[in-house]
Design a binder for this molecule. Structure first.
Ligand SMILES: [Zn+2]
Length: 315
């Protein structure tokens, strides 16, 4: 009997955690990543209380941003920000992915009317509208990298695919899916496939055919397949090489110190105006909805702190 060990993924099938898998397929000619993001999309939904259309749109952008982060961030301190600006009812979205596999994001208008493309299929493109996708990568260099493209459809996966082709000259295929039901997010995930420079014409043809016939990622998830198995199904390649598995999570980096810095950044005049209010102010984090109250006294102290050095200089 030959070696019975399966070349396909050996990840336990029972885990339902969010994670990212990275792989090389088709003789190392194709790079592939896939992820499950169901729990982190649900966490965003719990924080922002979005209508189904907003939850799906933001879920797709968060999933796509995590795929971009896996592709392009090297260090844990690196980050990637994706900003969708559109003239549709969602009024745009902002997502930040990090080099340690966390993501956070928000929709400018979390509650919008539910529109369907066809029964069971939400019309995300219409909710996003026409506009742009901006990608900012902070790789710890002096200047962050920035790329910006027009939205193709507002359906997010197509827009990210176009961004990768137009702005990074990397032909890719991107699939993103988020399903909502009465209980919230039932399934969310995505994949991204990139030809490496030495990919043969034959490999490109083979993959294009498979991609064109490949069902949506949420179809496979509903059938119980995990991200590894989805890549197995996409490539049909028993020699696929899994490089890494990483857990994913929704996480915010806000803090009181960061909020103080934001207040100081407003400048003395605006801060002085805020410090007039005996009630103080309450700052809320866009990403996690955490509240940071500042009393009038605390605002005055911040104001003193920024005015003092100038007075000292004048002496
Ligand atoms: Zn926060």
């Amino acid at each position: 009997m030959n070696d019975p060990a399966p070349a396909f993924s050996s990840l336990p099938e029972l885990t339902t955690d969010d994670y990212m898998v990275s792989a090389l397929a088709l003789n190392g000619q194709v790079r592939a990543i896939a992820c499950r993001t169901t729990h982190l999309c649900q966490e965003a939904q719990d924080i922002h209380q979005m209508s189904p259309t907003a939850a799906v749109a933001l879920g797709r952008l968060m999933t796509g941003t995590l795929l971009l982060a896996e592709l392009s961030l090297k260090n844990e301190t690196d980050s990637i920000t994706t900003i969708v600006r559109g003239n549709g009812p969602l009024q745009g979205m902002t997502v930040v992915g990090t080099g340690h596999q966390t993501v956070r994001g928000y929709c400018n208008q979390p509650v919008v009317e539910t529109l369907h493309k066809r029964p069971g299929k939400l019309d995300i493109g219409q909710a996003v509208g026409e506009g742009t996708l901006t990608v900012i990568k902070d790789l710890g260099l002096r200047e962050p990298y920035m790329g910006k493209v027009e939205l193709v459809s507002g359906e997010i996966a197509e827009d990210i695919t176009y961004y990768l082709a137009a702005s990074e000259q990397t032909p890719s295929a991107v699939g993103l899916g988020v399903l909502v039901d009465a209980n919230g997010i039932s399934h969310a995930g995505g994949f991204m496939v990139q030809m490496l420079p030495d990919a043969s014409e034959e490999t490109i043809q083979y993959l294009e055919t498979r991609l064109s016939e490949f069902p949506e990622v949420t179809y496979w998830m509903q059938e119980g397949f995990n991200p590894d198995q989805i890549l197995d199904l996409l490539f049909g390649d028993p020699q696929i090489r899994y490089l890494s598995h990483k857990p994913l999570a929704y996480a915010c980096t806000c803090s009181r110190e960061r909020m103080e810095r934001n207040l100081i950044a407003l400048g003395a005049r605006e801060l002085a105006e805020l410090a007039q209010d005996p009630e103080g102010i309450n700052l809320e984090c866009h990403f996690c909805s955490k509240n940071y109250p500042f009393s009038q006294q605390q605002l005055q102290d911040l104001l003193t702190a920024i005015i003092k050095p100038r007075t000292a200089e004048a002496d």
